[in-house]
Write a protein that binds this ligand. Structure first.
Ligand SMILES: Nc1nc2c(ncn2[C@@H]2O[C@H](COP(=O)(O)OP(=O)(O)OP(=O)(O)O)[C@@H](O)[C@H]2O)c(=O)[nH]1
Ligand SMILES: [Mg+2]
Length: 304
């Protein structure tokens, strides 16, 4: 076991930024070795800053998962993008992730163009190398490094784990000397009830199509430990319209049942105990304009 207070300890914040769907959350889970942040095939999955904590030798690495950076339209989009950049500004190091299959598309270029404003040291992370030939990686490395000053470039697959340990070891040596900020066994700073709400949201993203996931949010209303260690959880899924509520419920309640079952299984794995999960679906018109919902998500409410 590493020593938390020894003379050689290091500790630092590493924010991952990049376009939606680049694989930031997948990489953070791989670095931490446990699910601390949710992942989906859809864009704009992560909404707030989520911390995942990992140890490598005598270093503690606090990874900050951020929402994908894109051109915002709705108020929620603006809150997410502002939050993503603030994550990079506040970190010791910023990992700038590019989906190697997409390369330097418009979204990636726009992010590279704004990196000058980030004073943290930057590393380039080319993800999804399992999907592209080596030659494209070299060309991509050259092009991206010509646009911004990176201390190092890593090519990896967050999905297969290929190259992840190299990045982790490099970051462990690079973060500043100092005492650890979290106990050695802590993997996240998010309360379990928040992670549980995120997991249910992940299942919504997996099961519902088109725009609906972007118009819904999940909150944990009750978390009660029962005798014997089982947990009783009540959550509310907020949607914006009655028609959306019907879709979430599904025929005869089939959709909500499947979502609840999948979420219950994942949450039980995390709390390492039996979970009774009760889901409610409520229509809250214009929740995307309600400051209280933003606070619940851990986001600042943008003025416009
Ligand atoms: N093939 C492949 N797929 C990957 C890799 N990393 C992530 N993915 C997939 O890419 C999709 C998006 O992954 P996420 O981790 O949710 O991406 P993100 O950057 O956090 O997305 P936002 O939160 O929306 O900004 C998921 O379907 C992942 O399974 C990889 O290395 N290879
Ligand atoms: Mg994410």
């Amino acid at each position: 076991m590493a020593d938390e207070t020894g003379p050689d300890t290091r500790c630092g914040f590493v924010a991952l930024i990049g376009a939606p769907n680049a694989g930031k959350s997948t990489l953070i889970n791989a670095l931490v070795g446990s699910k601390v942040t949710i992942v989906s095939r859809k864009v704009q999955t992560t909404r707030a800053l989520i911390r995942g904590i990992a140890i490598d030798g005598s270093s503690q690495l606090i990874f900050v998962d951020t929402p994908g950076i894109f051109t915002p339209r709705r108020r929620l989009d603006r809150a997410m993008v502002t939050t993503a950049w603030s994550g990079a500004h506040d970190a010791d190091l910023a990992g700038v992730m590019i989906d190697a299959r997409k390369g330097l598309d418009e979204e990636a270029e726009a992010i590279l163009d704004k990196l000058g404003e980030v004073s943290a040291a930057k590393v380039l992370i080319l993800n999804k190398i399992d999907l592209v030939p080596k030659e494209t990686l070299l060309a991509l490395t050259t092009a991206a490094n010509a646009k911004s000053a990176f201390e190092a470039t890593f090519m990896l697959s967050a999905l297969t784990g290929d190259g992840v340990a190299d990045l982790k070891a490099w970051l462990a040596a690079r973060v500043p000397p100092g005492p650890w900020l979290y106990p050695a066994d802590q993997m996240s700073d998010a309360p379990l009830r928040q992670l549980a709400a995120e997991i249910t949201r992940e299942k919504l993203f997996e099961r519902l199509h088109q725009e609906l996931p972007y118009h819904s949010t999940v909150e944990t209303d009750q978390w009660k430990e029962l005798r014997g260690g089982a947990v009783r959880i009540e959550q509310t899924i907020y949607v914006e319209r009655e028609s959306q509520r019907k879709i979430v419920l599904g025929k005869g309640g089939a959709t909500i049942k499947a979502i609840g079952e999948a979420a219950r299984r994942d949450i039980a794995e995390i709390v390492e105990n039996k979970v009774h999960l009760f889901l409610f679906v409520k229509v809250r018109e214009g929740w995307g304009e309600d400051p209280e919902r933003y606070r619940a998500m851990g986001l600042e409410f943008p003025k416009e």
